[in-house]
Design a protein around this ligand. Structure first.
Ligand SMILES: C[S@@+](CC[C@H](N)C(=O)[O-])C[C@H]1O[C@@H](n2cnc3c(N)ncnc32)[C@H](O)[C@@H]1O
Length: 235
């Protein structure tokens, strides 16, 4: 989940930032979430409802952890494609899981045909999209009718005491860890990007607005993590 663009950066700067932090990304994820991110990815894969033989796309796949979870679910006979525009992140993903196809691609202009996947997921990537509606619409476009679009993201808890904990974690601990990791700029973007991202209800509305149906979500980690799922309308 680590760093984020803050939403206002031009795409080229977002890509360059992820190239820069790629080598510390996995370690930072594990430290910042005390390893819980693995559980959240499993929950996201549950909502993608993929099974043996299915074809799944993981958008903004980064170092590939969600794609790896999906690849276990689609075996035997299935296929997972991980797509990202940061070559450094893709290199690490390929080294971790050589059997998964990790491909260069912009989430706002996915290089895949309509209806070509059974499900598309994005983990901690959507808040970096310079155009959220376009990114969601692209995911919906490449998924077949009846297939699922899943968004795993950080969300801001509204009520104390979690909102207090969240502020301490994001405004103090995460920037501190970023300084330790040698990239204070990148890790100071994370809190601001999360604040700018729609809340759970708002994200559900954005998914519905691109034509997804049966949009629902679960909150976990005490309301800090939201996992949304919607279906591409069956014809
Ligand atoms: C915070 S990381 C998340 C990585 C991974 N999905 C995970 O769960 O750990 C965000 C990723 O989104 C990618 N990204 C951001 N905007 C993108 C875009 N428009 N197209 C493709 N990848 C994008 C970045 O390169 C980065 O690898």
């Amino acid at each position: 989940m680590a760093a984020s663009s803050g939403g206002t950066l031009p795409e080229e700067q977002v890509r360059a930032m992820f190239d820069r932090i790629a080598r510390v990304y996995d370690l930072m994820n594990s430290v910042m979430t005390v390893g819980l991110h693995h559980r959240w990815r499993e929950r996201a894969a549950d909502l993608a409802e993929v099974g043996a033989g299915d074809r799944a796309l993981d958008v903004a796949s980064g170092t590939g952890d969600l794609a790896i979870v999906l690849s276990r679910r689609v075996a035997p006979g299935g296929e997972v494609v991980g797509s990202d525009f940061s070559e450094r992140m893709l290199e690490l993903a390929r080294a971790k899981a050589p059997r998964i196809a990790f491909e260069h691609g912009n989430a706002l202009e996915l290089p895949y045909d309509d209806d070509s996947f059974d499900a598309a997921t994005v983990g901690f990537g959507a808040r970096n999209f310079s155009d959220l509606a376009r990114g969601l619409a692209e995911m919906a476009r490449v998924v077949r009718p009846g297939g699922r679009v899943v968004v795993l993201e950080i969300t801001t808890p509204a009520k104390p005491p979690l909102s207090w904990f969240f502020r301490a974690w994001f405004d103090r601990l995460v920037p501190f860890l970023g300084r330790m990791a040698g990239d204070p700029e990148a890790y100071s973007y994370l809190p601001s990007s999360v604040r700018r991202f729609p809340d759970a209800r708002g994200l559900a509305a954005a998914m519905t607005a691109v034509g997804l149906v049966n949009v629902r979500w679960i909150l976990t980690a005490g309301g800090i993590i939201a996992i949304h799922a919607g279906e591409v309308e069956a014809e």
